[in-house]
Design a protein around this ligand. Structure first.
Ligand SMILES: COc1cccc(CC(=N)NC(=O)c2cccnc2OC2CCNCC2)c1
Length: 389
């Protein structure tokens, strides 16, 4: 029976699509904390819960290795996400985070880490409502423990721990269709190193295309074009926060960033997140912003390469510089930093540059979900202003 677990959860159900008697907003009301289950859910007997302290080098390495060997692969099982340790520490320790939401499962005897799921707090605006949510991510069960029905109990346990902090909504993405997506995004890839991408099977040589013609097609300028483009610095946080808050206001669902959030999520961090802004040479006003995060993938079964260096479009704001030019400069910077590919979803205003900047459509979709919050209608990807890691 499909979705046996999800039909028991407060999420939009397929059977409710189009039922206009159901109002937009929380599906179940908050419960008094005394009514939240105080003790952890039961795991199958060989396993025990553990809280993963990401400040611990040893535990962070265990999480890194579990994900490197068992996390999400592409549809053809040629690549697997290879989040770095510094990326995981960044992703899991935003302002107000809870260590208790970094949940692992260990084998009682060997203490081996065999599963993981996380939440981080986020203020997300849904239309006019700002909602305290948990962003759920990194659900991973060791390949050898699949279909033991561990995922449902891990989802229930992270939900229980989120409830204990009086948070009743969540946001998450998945490559699979579950009840019920608030939107479904296409992903797009812009080749930066086409020879490597073809060698490893990420891309295929176009029909009637030679390798040298393909390399020429994706060639980028050696330097950026926008006057006043520079890396974001700490003193830019107030201006970038204002710029971002104003820009994200146009989307139906978007983070409600304050300065502490912007400092954490958007200040450049080596090998994790890169952020650039345009400071007008005349007025010194900050008029535009672009950012991408670094998520390499392991290349499974290739003699010459082990890693695909990929940049993922994050938050971009254009108020003076055309978005097309701003994003082309982002491609130029990514190429300068030796990335192989630049990925983007068709969210926000990304559709306006994807084809013109020679992005090609990916072969999959990314579905966005809200937990315990019903939207009257699914969104178009262009109405979504939320990028999850
Ligand atoms: C190239 O290596 C891959 C390794 C694993 C999976 C995929 C395909 C895939 N599933 N891609 C995405 O989900 C994706 C494509 C474009 C932009 N963001 C994305 O996912 C982000 C956001 C959701 N969490 C994973 C990273 C590709």
């Amino acid at each position: 029976k499909k979705h046996k677990f999800w039909e028991t959860q407060p999420v939009g159900q397929f059977k409710d699509i189009g039922n206009s008697t159901l109002s937009e907003g929380p599906i179940e009301p908050p419960a008094p904390l005394s009514e939240v289950k105080q003790e952890p859910y039961n795991l199958p007997s060989p396993y025990e819960w553990t809280t993963c302290d990401m400040d611990s080098e040893e535990t962070c390495s265990e999480v890194y290795n579990l994900l490197m060997n068992n996390y999400v692969e592409d549809d053809e099982n040629m690549f697997r996400f290879n989040y770095s340790k510094e990326f995981l520490r960044w992703a899991l320790r935003p302002p107000g985070y809870f260590k208790s939401w970094h949940i692992g499962v260990r084998v009682k005897t060997s203490k081996k880490l065999v599963a993981f799921i996380t939440g981080v707090p986020a203020r997300i605006r849904v239309r006019e409502e700002v909602v305290n949510m948990a962003e759920i991510n990194f659900l991973c069960v060791h390949k050898k423990l699949r279909s033991k029905r561990l995922a449902p109990v891990m989802i229930k346990e992270v939900t229980r721990r989120v409830h204990l902090e009086n948070i009743w909504q969540a946001a998450y993405t998945a490559g699979v269709v579950l009840p019920t997506p608030i939107t479904t995004c296409q992903y797009w890839h812009r080749s930066l190193n086409p020879k490597k991408l073809i060698d490893v099977g990420f891309s295929r040589l176009g029909a009637r295309m030679t390798m040298s013609r393909t390399i020429k097609l994706y060639k980028l300028p050696d330097s950026t074009a926008t006057p006043g483009l520079r890396k974001m610095e700490l003193h830019d946080v107030p201006a970038v926060t204002r710029l971002l808050k104003s820009y994200l206001g146009q989307f139906a669902v978007a983070p409600d960033f304050d300065e502490d959030d912007v400092e954490h999520w958007l200040l450049p961090t080596e090998n994790v997140v890169d952020s650039y802004l345009v400071e007008s040479p005349e007025t010194h006003e900050i008029t535009d912003f672009c950012s991408f995060y670094t998520l390499p993938s392991s290349i499974l079964g290739n003699q010459n390469y082990t890693t695909l260096k990929a940049a993922y479009s994050y938050y971009n704001v254009s108020t003076k510089t055309p978005l097309l030019q701003l994003m082309n400069d982002a491609l130029v910077v990514a190429k300068q930093k030796d990335y192989d590919v630049f990925n983007a979803l068709d969210v926000m205003q990304n559709e306006s540059f994807l084809k013109e900047l020679k992005f090609g459509p990916g072969d999959g979709q990314l579905h966005y979900y809200l937990y315990n919050y019903r939207l009257q209608h699914a969104l178009k990807p262009s109405e979504l202003g939320l990028v999850l890691l």
